[in-house]
Design a protein around this ligand. Structure first.
Ligand code: TGC
Ligand code: FAD
Length: 409
């Protein structure tokens, strides 16, 4: 009887492409004791939403390389669009740890979904909130917070990735408007964004942020295909061919490379938390599998080599959780430096990638199957370790911070 029920269940799950999400979050050092009741409420709501609305469909969307647009409203409802943006602009008004916990839970589901939330919150809403004027805040932030509009962030160019200061995208003052020319590539959300925050140089070579809206003549957003990573996130270009941008669309309150890098501080902080989510999911899956999979008459979790992997995973996850929590406290009281954020982004993404690779091995052949989330996490993390500053760039930022000597150039 039990066998029949489980057969019918598995048939139903296969036919509907739904899979049970059995995730149980590891908390080896009782970090919940460091969280407020609000943190736990926010975290648990995001966790439940991921279990209900993301886990059942994400593998199918990753396989067909499509962003699941139907989850946008849910992202808005759990406060993922502008977690720390004030409530008066439609944000959730949370603190930095609340923001981090939401990113952790979303990336537990999929890094591509977290990417959409990161870009919307830290790379589009943040610059409009911090560097924009009141009219811009009122016009854009509520629509972005509700998910009615989706934004993208254009910094990277075909010839300028790690060195954005060399960008060639530029705008000229034409009296009653700006004329924008250039191209950005590897842009998350670009194929369906309603607006883009674009970084470009003026005639004096100074970098400014401009809000470009879909529908402006000469603005196109071709999609980038054939990705093996972040397949459930849409990536594309932003192309500007003599785009007339109204003067009121320039972000007036900050210019220079420090402006986009300030946005990256916020997004990198979110990634430091998000990567923990991906790592937790891989660890939890491998732990469960190790107790169920029998080889040589024993569960594979009884073999020392497999225990070594699991013990190292939980150790590294716990260290990463402490790093992220402490960074959250420092972000909240305004003392976190950019270099401290770089350290957490680099460490935690590397930690997650190592865990994903080890967890994949622990599942043997099943590790490469879409029946489990591990391979998708592993492939996704290859983008996460590259975007928002590569692994090596963040190492050089730490190197510069501790030595005072610049090894970039
Ligand atoms: P450098 O001379 O060091 O600095 C130029 C100016 O910027 C200031 N600054 C910062 N300000 C705020 N936050 C930071 N993190 C900052 N880092 C530097 C700096 O003080 C200076 O200010 P000022 O007033 O003196 O002019 O600049 P550099 O040209 O040597 O470059 C430094 C470097 C390599 C660290 C930087 O350019 C860098 O971080 N490169 C990596 C590029 C990157 O991260 N791109 C990300 C693109 S967006 C993305 O990937 C989104 S993925 C989204 C998703 O899907 O989740
Ligand atoms: P490069 O800068 O060409 O680097 C190539 C290699 O050289 C790397 O290993 C790098 O570490 C190394 N290197 C470079 N300079 C040095 C140095 N001085 N010393 C030592 N090593 C060095 N960008 C956006 O603006 N908006 C987005 O929304 C966005 N989304 C993305 C989504 C995805 C899926 C991906 C893959 C990228 C996205 N990016 C986005 C771009 C991302 O930020 C860049 O890919 C990243 O900054 C690296 O730039 P690059 O790819 O040009 O690599």
């Amino acid at each position: 009887m039990l066998g029949t029920i489980s057969y019918i269940n598995s048939l139903f799950l296969t036919q509907t492409k739904m899979k049970p999400d059995l995730f149980e979050a590891p908390d080896y050092y009782n970090l919940d004791e460091l969280l407020t009741e609000e943190h736990k409420l926010v975290r648990d709501a995001a966790r439940e939403w991921v279990k209900r609305d993301v886990s059942p469909i994400i593998e199918e969307y990753a396989q067909k390389a499509e962003f699941p647009k139907q989850i946008v409203k849910g992202l808005a409802d759990i406060g993922a669009f502008g977690p720390y943006i004030p409530v008066e602009y439609g944000g959730a008004g949370l603190d930095q740890i609340g923001y981090g916990l939401i990113m952790q839970e979303i990336e537990r589901g999929d890094s591509g979904v977290r990417s959409t939330a990161s870009v919307q919150s830290s790379l589009v809403m943040y610059p409009i909130w911090k560097y924009g004027n009141e009219a811009q805040r009122q016009k854009y932030l509520p629509k972005l917070a509700s998910g009615e509009w989706i934004g993208s962030f254009g910094l990277t160019e075909p010839d300028h990735g790690s060195n954005p200061s060399g960008m060639t995208t530029n705008f000229k003052d034409m009296g009653d408007h700006y004329l924008l020319n250039g191209a950005k590539m590897w842009i998350s959300n670009s194929p369906f964004c309603n607006i883009a925050v674009v970084w470009a140089k003026n005639e004096e070579g100074r970098i400014h942020g401009l809000i470009v809206e879909r529908g402006m003549e000469g603005f196109t957003t071709p999609e980038t295909h054939n990705k093996w990573s972040l397949r459930a996130s849409a990536t594309g270009e932003l192309i500007f061919d003599n785009v007339k941008v109204p003067k009121e669309n320039l972000l007036p309150n900050k210019s220079g490379l420090g402006a986009p890098l300030g946005c990256l501080d916020s997004a990198r902080f979110g990634i430091a938390w998000g990567a923990i989510g991906a790592a937790m999911d891989c660890y939890d899956t491998a732990l469960r599998y190790s107790k169920e999979r029998m080889q040589f008459g024993k569960p594979i979790g009884q073999f020392q080599l497999q225990q070594k992997k699991l013990a190292e995973m939980i150790t590294e996850i716990t260290k990463a959780q402490l790093l992220a929590w402490r960074l959250g406290v420092m972000r909240e009281n305004g003392t976190a430096t950019s270099a401290q954020i770089s350290m957490a982004k680099r460490n935690n993404v590397d930690m997650a990638l190592t865990i994903a690779r080890d967890a994949r091995q622990m599942l043997g052949g099943m590790g490469i199957s879409g029946e489990y989330s591990i391979m998708r996490h592993m492939m996704n993390l290859e983008s996460v370790v590259t975007y928002e500053g590569t692994h090596d760039i963040h190492l050089l930022i730490t190197g510069l911070d501790v030595t005072g000597l610049n090894a970039f150039k």
